[in-house]
Design a protein around this ligand. Sequence first.
Ligand code: 2SA
Ligand code: GDP
Ligand code: MG
Length: 455
Amino acid sequence: HARSSQWRLAAAIAAVEVEKGDSFDRLGSLSQVTGVLGCQWGDEGKGKLVDILAEHFDLVARCQGGSNAGHTIYNADGKKFALHLVPSGILNEKTLCVIGNGVVVHLPGLFDEIDGLESNGVSCEGRILVSDRAHLLFDLHQVIDGLREEELGHSFIGTTKRGIGPCYSSKVIRNGLRVSDLRHMDTFGEKLEILMRDAAARFKGFKYSADLLKDEVNRYKKFAERLEPFIADTIHVMHESIKKKKKILVEGGQATMLDIDFGTYPFVTSSSPSAGGICTGLGIPPRCLGDLVGVVKSYTTRVGSGPFPTEILGKGGDMLRVAGMEFGTTTGRPRRCGWIDIVALKYCCQINGLSSLNLTKLDVLSDFSEIKLGVTYKQIGGKIYESFPVDLQALEQIQVEYEVMPGWKCDISSIRKYEDLPLAARQYVQRIEELVGIPVHYIGVGPGRDALIYK
Ligand code: 2SA
Ligand code: GDP
Ligand code: MG
């Protein structure tokens, strides 16, 4: 009896070690500079993976976007945090969080976020660096975002109205203000006046006044003081970290299908959420990039207007929205839902050169008796598209061909080992791997930190 219980104990220890080993291989062995990128239209669950990976990295950095992003994560006690500008590494107390030069920063929003974290026991002091080259996103950019959407009428983009497009426009047209301008408050007002007058000249809904300018400059004087300890030459920080063999995890916001170049333009965001954004938004040379993990929902969602070939209208879509709790993390808007889109996914994989995938929210498909995969796009007349088509007219007329697989119809949310997943669930994962040609290393079966299977 004593011997058999010893064996049982040994077997239990071995099982724990195997589990540890699996997760260490999948987490600890990632390259020095690793990126986590969205591979659909956003909200794939990037924040959760970054939060889990953070303990294996020294730095977690954002390279693009702004507070349009909404990354929902849960700490070890199951407490929920919705992050927008602060990188999802913040819950891991040893991680240094970097907001890179490619990010557009709304300071009132950033301070609110920091205050919210601090009041929930997450210390931010000395743990967040903001690039001196990052552009400042002013309230006026948010006002313009709303005015532009109004002007577009029924062809509105469906932006988050967080001022992202207008701020990147200021950057590109070269009248934007950067974090480093906060160190020169003597000329800050002149620069802001140019920006404000430009906005007023273009938009009747935005009125310039000397009082408005004065108030804003005074407000930013206070912000400048508060931000000073956070400001850093993050390019230098990145390069020193690389030299010292520190590990850097880059957290993508939005996703490749919302990329200003590669996405469904004009229904896109105004930054580069694909791999190239890591180099331009952090000053990391391409040859330093290593693993790039693509995050893919087991189905597809999109918030805002624009093409969505595998969208399910009606009951099926509602079922996914309810089961997956598909509402915007930033705006609370209901997300449009549909089947996984292999054509779009292959396109994302090509653009980003992904090394592995994190398939998320597999648990959400558990109630479906049939699961579909959109595998081919056909034109009217039957010709198959070789890649994701460029124009909106083509996308509107597309006929999607689906493969249908059986569902598993049971709760998988407490499963932690790949082998324990029902056969139909494993077949679904394997079919995605076959179709896309990239291995799935992580499978999400719930929102919590622990709800991850290593394959
Ligand atoms: P913007 O605000 O100019 O970047 O909007 C342009 C398009 O980009 C989409 N976009 C997003 N899509 C999904 N998730 C995002 N973050 C939030 C979230 C969204 C929310 O995590 O849920 O709360 O509504 C995000 N940010 C931008 C946007 O919907 C437009 O289609
Ligand atoms: P992100 O923008 O890519 O970080 O994703 P969001 O946080 O906006 O949206 C993803 C949502 O799905 C969040 O509410 C997460 O808590 C949740 N989530 C992430 N992974 C899983 C999963 O595997 N299963 C379930 N049920 N929820 C998940
Ligand atoms: Mg999100």
